[in-house]
Structure formats: C-alpha cells, structure tokens
Design a binder for this molecule. Sequence first.
Ligand SMILES: Cc1cc2nc3c(=O)[nH]c(=O)nc-3n(C[C@H](O)[C@H](O)[C@H](O)COP(=O)(O)OP(=O)(O)OC[C@H]3O[C@@H](n4cnc5c(N)ncnc54)[C@H](O)[C@@H]3O)c2cc1C
Length: 413
Amino acid sequence: MKFDVIIIGGGLSGLTAGIALAEAGKDVALVSAGQSTLHFGGGSLDLLGYDEQGNEVKNPLDAISNLNGNHPYKKIEDVSRLAGVAKKVLERAGIATAGEANHNHWRVSPIGALLPTWLSLEGMATVEDAGTMPWKRVALVNVVNFLDFPTKFLAAGLRNRGVEVDVKAFTLPELEQLRKSPTEMRSTNIAKVIETNNLIAKIANEVNDIAGGYDMVLLPAVLGIGSSETSRHLLKAIKVPANYVATLPPSVPGVRMQTLLRKRFTALGGTFFTGDQVIEGNFEGDTLKGVKTAKLDGTTLEADNFVLATGSFMSRGLVADYNHVYEPALGVDVEDLGLDRNTWSKIDVTESQPYMEMGVKTDSCLRCQRAGNTIANLYAAGSILGGHNSIKRLDSAGVDMLTALQAVNNILK
Ligand SMILES: Cc1cc2nc3c(=O)[nH]c(=O)nc-3n(C[C@H](O)[C@H](O)[C@H](O)COP(=O)(O)OP(=O)(O)OC[C@H]3O[C@@H](n4cnc5c(N)ncnc54)[C@H](O)[C@@H]3O)c2cc1C
C-alpha cells in the first residue's frame, strides 16, 4: 500500500500532522498503537508556562525567543503564525478554544494549582490573572463518591488565593448504580451514564438547588466524550456562572479532543490503522521506503514521507533499558545522556529530571538521523523530541502541535 505520507503515532502531534497534510490534499495514513497521552490532559493546551529561570510567562511569544538553542521551538520558522494555524486546526475539528499565543491565561489544575496556559477548551475554569481572583464565593460541586475530583486540594488551592469555598456534592439514582463497583466510578463512565440517560436537566436541578449565593460553581469535567454539546448545555442550564475543572485521569476533555481530531482526520479522507504498531523500517541509503506493522503481516506500508510521532517514554516512543535509551520502531538516533544511568535522574523528584530532555536527534528541519546520517524523508514531531523539560516549562501541547505543523510545512515545501 502506498501513500503520500505515513504518520506513526496518533496522539496530539500525529493527528495534527495528519489533519494538516490531509487538508493540503495529501493521501495520508496514520498508524497508532494505542491510547495517547491526550487521555491524561487537563482540558488546556500549554505553549510556554515557565521560562528557563522558572518564572511564570505572561507572553509566550516573547519568552520563546529567549529559550536556549536546543528547545524544539528553535526549529519552528514562525511560532506566532503556526500557533494561529494550530488553533484553527482545532476549531475545524470542532474543538473550540479560548486563548492567544501572546497572552497566557491561567487554568485551574485538578489539584488546585493555577497554571499558565495558552488555549483552554470551552467551559473550562480559567482566570485572566492569577494575582486577581475574579471569584469571591465558589461552590465546588462534586458527584457523591467520585474520588478523581480531589475537592480538598482544589478548595485549599483556591482558599490560599483568598476565595471562599464550600464543597458540595449531588447524586442521582442513575449515578448511584456506578457506585456498586468503585472501579466503575471513573470520569468517562460517569460521562457515558449522564449522556445515555439524558441527565442534564436533572443535574442542573440538583446544582441549582445548592448554587444560590455563589458567584462561581466549579464542576468536575465529566461531560462530553464525543462533543462539547452536553457540557455546554449543562452550563447554560445552571443559573449562576459555572465552569468545569479537569479531573484526575482519564480526562473527558482529553478523550473528546482525541475523538474529534480522529474524526476530522478520517472525514478528510485519512486512513487510520488503529491498534497497530510500526515495528520496522525499510531504509535504502538515506531514505525510508516503507514500514512494517505488527498486524499487517507481510505488507509494507510505503510513502514518500514519514512523520514519527510516537511520543515519549509513557507511550513507548522512547524506551530505556539498563544501559541506554532507544527509539524502538525505526531505530533512529536518540540524544541521551551517556551510559551512566545515575545521571539520568535526580533523587529529589521536585528537581528538573535530566531524562525529560532526552529525545530523538533531528536536524534543523526536524528530520531524524540513523547511525549518524540524516534520513531525508523522515520527520519527528511531538513529545518524542528532546531538548526541553515539558513539566518544568509547561510547553507540551505547543511543542506537539507546532513541531507537527512545521514538519508538515517542511514536507510540503
Ligand atoms: C498526566 C498528564 C497530563 C497532561 N496534561 C497536559 C495539559 O494539561 N496540557 C498540555 O498542554 N499537555 C499536557 N500533557 C502533555 C500532553 O498530553 C502530551 O505532550 C502530548 O499529548 C503528547 O503528544 P504526542 O502526540 O507527542 O505523543 P502521545 O500522546 O504519547 O502519542 C503517541 C502515540 O503513538 C503511539 N505509538 C507509540 N509507538 C508506536 C508505534 N511503534 N507504532 C504506532 N504507534 C505508536 C502511542 O500508542 C500513542 O498513541 C499531559 C501529559 C500527561 C502525561
């Protein structure tokens, strides 16, 4: 089977690249092994939250120009333009977001921290300025016995910023069914029960009964797996201003993003090989001719260009053994930290962890290398790239989407 481009990995970076290429009229196939880390995301997309000195960033575009030379943003020709393109890619997939690349706002994390971010999905709780809280009295309204919405942490975080917080909870007979098995009481299951049983009006009644006198109601983001319609309806039906806060994983807004991006990719004519894994590349000199997958026995998927977007350690885009870190699908070169494993991490977990900076080696056009040679038609995008610490910088989604779009531009040139 032959395509114009094959994308390996179906997370945020792979899907962004796939959609942008399909929008440009390319015949694209995407092979993806399993769930992506979007399922863990917080309902916001970060561009650059903290600079290299650890200071909060107000204007990511300004701060990006001061990053060190290894950061993946240094391989992006026009960060501002591509940030605008990224927002439009999401919009056309049905993912409405608020936010601008030159002006961070602050999202409320599942454990009550306020974090600088770039784009937030509609309905998510955000504030314009972390120094001036817009809410005086907040009701944190949980579903009874839902443990992945840590209200104690959330309340403490908001109270530390001078907000008066009351913790409340509601339940309905349909939700009580889930409580019979504690493992069922997860965000995605709650979303399914609410949507299947059409419980929005009932939930709005419950919340309205307890929401009087508050200037903000914060709810766990457990609505809208397939689209934001139900989550939007609930907020409209609540009589005071209300927003959602991301829960601990699985993240319903993250699953929704994954679903909508995938839908958009296939609607554009993209071919999705789901639940399959690239296990080998067929290289001829400095060109990748095709890839073999675990399930398509005997068939090579061929293309003119390839994008490697298999993620970092969590998604097995990178793998560590006792002696080295390697890229398992195509055997491309990895920027690691040498053989001494003791240098890979630090005992104090709050410190910047060196392994976070590991990633595949690329040239200035994001092309991978293999045994020291640049592969002319193999580009890397997303969290498989090294050169930055996404936890310390809060720059994950920006790196994923912008490197994907830059790789696409380089392919289309
Ligand atoms: C707990 C958590 C919370 C987060 N919250 C946020 C947030 O609030 N905001 C934010 O901006 N970012 C957040 N992130 C980071 C963000 O989710 C990731 O940076 C981003 O999703 C990575 O995208 P990716 O496409 O590069 O890789 P991944 O999402 O890891 O996707 C890679 C995909 O490739 C597949 N794959 C791997 N190997 C192969 C193979 N050989 N063949 C085929 N497929 C393969 C994997 O199965 C996976 O589906 C969070 C991450 C985590 C873990």
